[in-house]
Design a protein around this ligand. Sequence first.
Ligand SMILES: Nc1ncnc2c1ncn2[C@@H]1O[C@H](COP(=O)(O)OP(=O)(O)OP(=O)(O)O)[C@@H](O)[C@H]1O
Ligand SMILES: [Mg+2]
Length: 449
Amino acid sequence: MKKLHIGMNRDMSSSFLDLRMANRHGLIAGATGTGKTVTLQSIAEQFSEAGVPVFATDIKGDLSGIGHTGKFNDALRNRARDLGIEPYEPKAYPTRTWDLFGEHGEQIKASVKDIGPLIMARLMGLTPTQASVLNVIYLMCEKRNMPLNSLDDFRDALSYAYENAAQVSTDFGYVSPSTIGIVQRGIATLENQGGVQFFGVPEFDVRDLMQTSDGLGVVNLLAAETLMSSPQVYAGFIMWLMQKLFATLPEVGDPEKPKIVFFFDEAHLLFQDAPRQLLVTIERVVRLIRSKGVGIYFVTQSPTDIPDAVLSQLGNRYQHALRAFTAKDQRAVKAAADTFRPNPEFDTKDEITTLGKGEALVSTLNSNATPSMVEVVKIRPPRSHIGPVEGHPPAPTPKPTQPTQRHHGGSPAPSGSLPGDYQFLKTAEVLGVLLIGVLIGVGLTLIMT
Ligand SMILES: Nc1ncnc2c1ncn2[C@@H]1O[C@H](COP(=O)(O)OP(=O)(O)OP(=O)(O)O)[C@@H](O)[C@H]1O
Ligand SMILES: [Mg+2]
């Protein structure tokens, strides 16, 4: 059974991540500066070595180094030697950089139709009442075969609904001219903030993320520095990406190795202020996507940032140091410690506060899907460059050699335990999500700056 080398346990044995269990999701947590991003980089390198493509959000630009050979100093060489990594040679990994704004990497495009009313409403910060107009507009476009690709198409559809408000209200549901005006202004804001590039065709195909180059999994980076100034957009985009994967990938059960692995940094933004029904949707996506061979690793400061229903599905845990200055900190430390299967050799809670940089408490799933006993692990140093690369250039696009999971036939694959494409966007439940979800978009001065 193939395993990824992660580092060395305190008893000098090696720490591994079982590739068959890597689609059982994971968590990388820890206070600022404790080593989360480098752990992500190191694990991503190992996935790439195993031919597994990776997608990671590059929040601070400090993951861009993965596409460049490392510049080793004595500390890194000594660390590698201590961990028994011989030889320890610098290496660059095939990297592809993506950008919603098309500035720092390849453009990701999505049609307004594909984004769907739920996420569009969040992006525009519409109230539930305003958002209900979007459902009418989407329905009208579908029934009348009106294009809904670009923001221009969206504006045309709104103008049509405005001019024919009585008829559209009778046929598809009530639209008020004043609300249409508000949505039109929302489009203008989206345009000003870079949405023109993002919305449109040709649509981004998630299978483009699933490539290998000379046997190495391609590491896809989402340049997210600008995106982070619009947390709701970041969250909306990630939601959309997960939906796309759902709709596109066939059911594979538990494969020998994942088809692709995602690392979502600043994961707390996905859950922050999210209404319950939206959390239910995310929780369901995370649960079902596993059997499509997709592993999702959330990166955040504290496990308490992640809702319990999601946290309980994250089988592979890397917990870096947490601080315990305040009573709240101490509760977070205890909560983090309680998620681990104890090791009689040490007290998990005490260890969390004393771990060094680049050390983590680690528990991964065994081949029988049970969590391993927690260990203190020194994480292996990456072979690629640590930290941002000067000028943040887009890394060279690798020659794709073999899409790892292309579903042939042009139409979306059957989605297994999910009843159909975007089913959850069509259910009454998710209409509820739409209505409640937009509440958290209020106050958001959106997008794409
Ligand atoms: N496994 C490791 N091998 C070698 N050096 C490491 C390792 N982990 C961490 N470091 C060192 O620690 C520094 C900080 O790590 P990193 O940037 O990963 O922290 P972080 O938890 O992501 O911080 P932040 O929350 O601010 O993003 C790195 O720049 C590197 O010098
Ligand atoms: Mg970091």
